[in-house]
Write a protein that binds this ligand. Structure first.
Ligand SMILES: Nc1ncnc2c1ncn2[C@@H]1O[C@H](COP(=O)(O)OP(=O)(O)OP(=O)(O)O)[C@@H](O)[C@H]1O
Ligand SMILES: [Mg+2]
Length: 229
C-alpha cells in the first residue's frame, strides 16, 4: 500500500534523439484529482500512453499502488486517450456491449456507466451522430466499464463548449467521490484549476512544477513562467 496510487521514477521516452518525456517523477495521491498541464507537444499524451501500456518507456519506472507496473495493472486502469474509437453505426449501449463482451464483464455494468456519464437517454441514436461532448462521455463510459481505480483522461475537455466543460468537471468530481484516482491532461490552465487538487506542469518533456493547488497562488503567472522558459 502506498500513499500514491501512481508514481513515476525518471520516466523517459525517446523518439530517435528527442526526449519527448524526460525523466519525470509524477506523484499522484490515492483518491485525488491531478491536472497534468502543458502546452502542445510538451509530452502529456506520451506520458499517459506509457502509463496506459500503449508505449514502452525508454527509461525509468512506473509504480502502481507502490509496486512496479505490470500489464495486469491495466485491469484497474481506465483510459481515454486522444479521440476514442467507436463503431459509428452502433448506439451508445451497443458500443458498450462490444466492450463488455470482449472484456467478459457483466452487462449490468452498461446501465451503470451510462447512468454515470448521463447518456442513458440516447436511445437509438448512433454514435456517429453524437455531439463531441456525447462522444467524450461515451469514451469515459467505456473507460469505466472495468471499475478502474485509476482513470486516465487525455484532454477530455478538448473541443467542448463552456457548458460541456462544466458538465465534464462535475462528472470528474463525481468519479472522485467514488474513490477513483484521476489524472487528466489539458493545455488550458482554467480547465484544470477548478477541478484538480494537484497539478503538474510539463514543458519540453520535463516536469517543471508539481504541487497541491494553492488557491492564493497566481497559477496563470506560474504556468506562463514555467511554460516559457
Ligand atoms: N510516435 C511518435 N514518433 C515520434 N515523435 C513523437 C511520437 N509521438 C509524439 N512524438 C513527439 O513527442 C513530443 C510530445 O508529444 P505529445 O503528443 O506527448 O505531446 P502533448 O503534450 O500530448 O501535446 P498536445 O497538447 O498537442 O496533445 C512531440 O514533439 C511529438 O512530436
Ligand atoms: Mg496530447
Amino acid at each position: 500500500m502506498s500513499e500514491y496510487y501512481l508514481e513515476t521514477k525518471n520516466l523517459t521516452k525517446k523518439f530517435r534523439k528527442q526526449r519527448a518525456v524526460d525523466s519525470i517523477n509524477l506523484k499522484i495521491k490515492k483518491g485525488s484529482i491531478y491536472g497534468f498541464l502543458g502546452p502542445n507537444g510538451a509530452g502529456k499524451s506520451t506520458t499517459l500512453k506509457m502509463i496506459a501500456g500503449l508505449l514502452y518507456p525508454t527509461e525509468g519506472d512506473i509504480f502502481i499502488d507502490g509496486h512496479k507496473w505490470s500489464r495486469k495493472d491495466l485491469r484497474n486502469i481506465g483510459v481515454l486517450i486522444e479521440s476514442p474509437a467507436f463503431y459509428g453505426n452502433l448506439t451508445a449501449r451497443e458500443n458498450l456491449k462490444v466492450h463488455t463482451t470482449l472484456l467478459n464483464i457483466t452487462d449490468s455494468k452498461i446501465d451503470e456507466v451510462l447512468n454515470i456519464v448521463d447518456l442513458k437517454n440516447t436511445g437509438n441514436k448512433k454514435s456517429s451522430q453524437f455531439s463531441l461532448g456525447m462522444k467524450q462521455r461515451l469514451g469515459i463510459a467505456i473507460a469505466l466499464l472495468n471499475e478502474p481505480k485509476l482513470l486516465i483522461l487525455d484532454e477530455p475537455t478538448n473541443g467542448l463548449d463552456p457548458l460541456g466543460i462544466q458538465e465534464l468537471r462535475d462528472l470528474i468530481k463525481s468519479l472522485k467521490e467514488k474513490g477513483i484516482t484521476i489524472i487528466f491532461s489539458s493545455h488550458i490552465l482554467s480547465e484544470v484549476e477548478h477541478v484538480a487538487e494537484y497539478i503538474g506542469i510539463i514543458h519540453q518533456g520535463k516536469l517543471k512544477y508539481q504541487d497541491k493547488i494553492n488557491k492564493t497562488e497566481n497559477l496563470e503567472k506560474l504556468f506562463m513562467n514555467v511554460a516559457t522558459v
